[in-house]
Design a protein around this ligand. Sequence first.
Ligand code: PGA
Length: 254
Amino acid sequence: MSVDRPRPLVAGNWKMNGLRSSVHVFQEIGQGYTPELRERVDLLICPPATLVHAFSAIDVPIPVGGQDAHAEEAGAFTGNISAAMLADLGATHVILGHSERRSLHRESDADVRAKTAAARKAGLAAIVCVGETQEEREAGRALDVVRSQLRGSLPPEMRASSLVLAYEPVWAIGSGLTPTPADIAEVHALLREELGEALGAEEAGRVRLLYGGSVKPSNAGEIAGVENVDGALVGGASLNAADFLAIADAFARR
Ligand code: PGA
């Protein structure tokens, strides 16, 4: 059975950027999220955890997400934040397994899987990230790496409503480099197929597959046109309201 193409989602990952004074950027994005845009594309902003509450309290139709959450609900984990805490602040989503977490905090697929299960339990949709390094791509291992990360990072019984996948080649993040549309299409087709095996084809067709890594207004149109690309996870360009809205517009027009 064929399913409708999912509504695109353009999500901003602010990483460790933003102070309380940055609220105006979120407000500007909200002001630019016109009814025409709203009809065609979903937006999400994932600011640092310190801003989740302030952003979610602002009256704009843009949900707010976290950038990581601990696998446990509460306990002796100094410095960590749980999915339940993010939900309590008004978050609806959480990015998990971002390559910066995987490399700088040594997060394994098993860690990401446990966090994804915790997010679901807390009522948050998980944006699970996968992606190969430059060396892995050059060695012709990109598809194997992404497949194994995906298999290792998803808990059983995931549903499309609580899952978003982001393909973010590590070498494309913050570098200005992007894969060719054909390379993105190849990885996204693999993700869809793998999801089909895990969730069944119909449910897999509803999961939004985002591309992330140096998405900007100048390349968003081309990326939005790639088969199986249902949105973008945007780092640097999401810190600027005009750039983020231009990317959203490219996805609205695809
Ligand atoms: P970038 O980051 O858009 O700055 O490359 C993307 C990401 O890390 O999610």
